[in-house]
Design a binder for this molecule. Structure first.
Ligand code: ADP
Ligand code: MG
Length: 405
């Protein structure tokens, strides 16, 4: 079991047996300053850091060589060299305080991990191999001037780097800026991921055809369930014993599965489940010009979600979001292995022809009845959602003094 440990040698993931490995076993305290178990330690400066000092520290800590990065942090641009015969894929994702995380609840390592995981998951969905990451970071003016602020930054980068090293993704550049609002300003991180895929072979949302079977990796509903538990507790989490079993705090982007699907030419269409199965399946259906039917009984529901009871577990699995699993279609005639790259693959339904009067998505219940499945995941600006980010947003309004955005 992978364990976060203080003082590990960079580049190694310590394997330990954790006796109390319960997924919700958080070490928490309202008292800041307790040691957080870190996989990597960014140098913790005692002095106030300016923009240049922070960039220099990032450059030192992220200077590991990579064949794809000809020139990394330090010049006006990075220079990348994609492998011969490949196309370059680019994706960008915001991580915004009070929208995607709560500084008073999420461990900073988790914020860094999730920031990178979101971009990596997009590359995974297209079957791409990551080449480099770029991070634009806006921090409140006081962050680099005080010790808790510098500590937060060091822990943020620890989380980001641990995941980056696991998937061999170098940080090749970015931008650093002061966010407006003084000490009440927000932390904003925008990550750009650049990846490569053989020319013309990247997986897309649009290749699904009627008759294809639908599959999902891993399990669904865990991330939303863990987030709800965190928001209900309203207490700061200082550490977790292991990154495993924390689908919200430490999701695992399915890069190896995506690459395997591409290499073995198994998938006709693919998308990552970031906004919720119902919402992401609707994207795949629209892009492919098909309808879909999923079988309720086949859904692989995360054990954390199962504890909620059948009805709530189903809602979390269908609409929860941020599980970062892959949803893909493949011809029904192709034998899809029960696991790919060590990740379980479950057949959850099929694609059908679009017909007038037929709903875009239906769900077959265990009793044989058929209900329409409407997208119920996260959508920005939609006002109503059961999606994951809306929970963080509304939690913020309830739980803290509202800040001006
Ligand atoms: P410029 O003013 O030309 O944009 P900067 O001073 O912003 O240059 O950045 C100097 C170097 O540091 C660049 O190579 C840039 O990519 C890198 N850099 C700046 N901020 C970050 C960051 N948050 N993460 C990674 N690299 C960064
Ligand atoms: Mg700049």
């Amino acid at each position: 079991m992978s364990v976060l440990c203080e003082g590990n040698k960079p580049g190694t993931l310590v394997q330990q047996t954790v006796t109390n490995g319960s997924p919700c076993n958080y070490h928490e305290s309202a008292t800041p300053g307790l040691p957080f178990m870190l996989l990597y330690k960014m140098t913790r400066s005692q002095k106030s850091l300016g923009e240049l000092g922070l960039i220099e520290q990032i450059r030192r800590d992220f200077s590991a060589g990579s064949k794809a990065v000809t020139l990394g942090i330090g010049d006006d641009c990075a220079i990348l060299r994609p492998p011969a015969g490949c196309e370059v894929l680019v994706t960008t994702d915001f991580t915004l305080e009070d929208r995607h995380f709560r500084r008073d609840l999420h461990p900073a390592e988790s914020v860094g991990h999730r920031c990178l995981a979101r971009g990596l998951s997009d590359l995974a969905a297209m079957g791409a191999t990551p080449l480099a990451a770029f991070l634009s970071l806006a921090l409140p003016g006081t962050t680099l001037a005080n010790s808790p602020g510098r500590d937060w930054i060091a822990r943020f980068f620890s989380g980001l780097r641990a995941l980056g090293d696991m998937h061999r993704v170098p940080l090749a550049g970015g931008d650093t800026s002061e966010s407006p609002g003084g000490r009440r300003g927000l932390i904003l991180a925008d990550i750009v991921l650049v990846g490569a895929a053989p020319k013309g072979e990247a997986l897309r949302r649009s290749g699904g055809a009627a008759g294809d079977a639908l599959y999902v990796t891993g399990q669904l509903g865990g991330a939303a369930t863990e987030l709800s538990a965190i928001l209900q507790r309203q207490r700061r989490i200082l550490s977790v014993a292991t990154t495993e079993g924390h689908p919200h705090l430490f999701p695992e982007p399915r890069l190896d599965v995506g690459e395997s699907l591409l290499r073995r030419k198994l998938a006709t269409a693919c998308i990552d489940v970031s906004d919720g199965l119902s919402t992401d399946l609707a994207h795949l259906c629209r892009a492919s010009g098909v309808c879909a039917e999923i079988e309720q009984a086949a859904l692989p529901i995360h054990p954390l979600a199962r504890k909620l009871g059948a009805a709530a577990a189903l809602q979390a699995a269908l609409h929860g979001g941020e599980d970062y699993e892959l949803l893909f279609s493949a011809p029904a005639t192709i034998q899809i292995p029960s696991s790919l790259a060590g990740v379980r693959i479950t057949r959850i339904g099929s694609l059908k022809n679009r017909r007038s009067g037929r709903p875009l998505m239906t769900m077959l219940a265990p009793d044989g009845s058929r209900v329409e499945l409407k997208p119920g995941g996260w959508e920005h600006f939609s006002g109503i959602s059961s999606g994951i980010s809306s929970q963080i947003g509304s939690g913020t309004a309830r739980g803290r003094k509202k800040r001006s955005h």
